[in-house]
Design a protein around this ligand. Structure first.
Ligand code: PEP
Length: 252
């Protein structure tokens, strides 16, 4: 675990105007300046510029929450990876469960988006995770393994160095229900085994695997202390500077 880079990434979802984004980054920056982990804030597209401006000279990296698989064209409402790169955004969340649930994202479109982001030179935070129904059916491991394998189809070991995987049980996202530290570690470990099977031990030992799902200031330390949990993808708590800073501190 000590060999791996911990990454704490905020996912702001559909929150904050550009002006508010600037204020939020400015509030977070002094609190996380001594972080021993990577600190990322993924913001709505319209906030990227102002968030980047506020993050200049700090250790906060600004990321996006999605990107399309084509470079340009007739895809109304979408944003390409190249567009993000052109404005200096180098990190993007792909396959978040809210996109899978509400916007028809499938394992296949996730794979295409991962491909496009990597081709553009970006780092991807790839989200996988089971629903409550799937957990109760006892298919969590198979499901998460399959999501991971499909999303990484065609990704080389070299490219994998620019992939962070976020294990996010859908039943824990925005619900206040956190996976227990054991549950989080168990699935993160399963994902690491999948990476080992696909790419070998060095890649498995090196890849950053986050937990996400109602991680907060109170439960972060226990989750992040797990051997296979290398960071967190943080929704609600990433909008609260003090809470986010406590989580960053717990990962350090
Ligand atoms: C998320 O949006 O990825 C997430 C984990 O949300 P929350 O922390 O609010 O559950």
């Amino acid at each position: 675990k000590s060999l791996r880079k911990a990454v704490i990434a905020g996912n702001w979802k559909m929150n904050k105007t550009p002006t508010e984004a600037k204020e939020l980054i400015a509030a977070i920056a002094p609190l996380v300046k001594d972080a021993g982990c990577d600190v990322v804030a993924c913001t709505p597209f319209v906030d990227l510029s102002s968030a980047q401006e506020a993050a200049e000279g700090t250790n906060i990296q600004i990321g996006a929450e999605n990107c399309h698989w084509e470079k340009s064209g007739a895809y109304t409402g979408e944003i390409s990876a190249d567009m993000l790169v052109s404005m200096g955004v180098k990190i993007v969340i792909i396959g978040h469960s809210e996109r899978r649930q509400y916007f028809g994202e499938t394992d296949v479109t996730v794979q295409k988006r991962v491909r496009a982001a990597l081709d553009a030179g970006m780092t991807v935070i790839l989200c996988v995770g089971e629903t409550l129904e799937q957990r109760e059916q006892g298919i969590t491991s198979e499901l998460v393994a399959m999501q991971t394998k499909i999303a990484l189809g065609g990704v080389s070991a070299e490219e994998l160095k620019r992939v962070v995987i976020a294990y996010e049980p859908v039943w824990a996202i925005g619900t206040g229900k956190t996976a227990t530290a054991e549950q989080a570690n168990e699935v993160c470990h399963t994902i690491r085994e999948v990476i080992c099977e696909l790419y070998g031990k060095a890649s498995a030992d090196g890849i950053t695997i986050q937990y996400g799902g109602s991680m907060n200031a109170a439960n972060a330390a226990e989750l992040l202390a797990q051997p296979d949990v290398d960071g967190g993808l943080i929704g609600g708590a990433s909008l609260k500077p003090n809470d986010f800073a406590v989580i960053v501190e717990a990962a350090t």
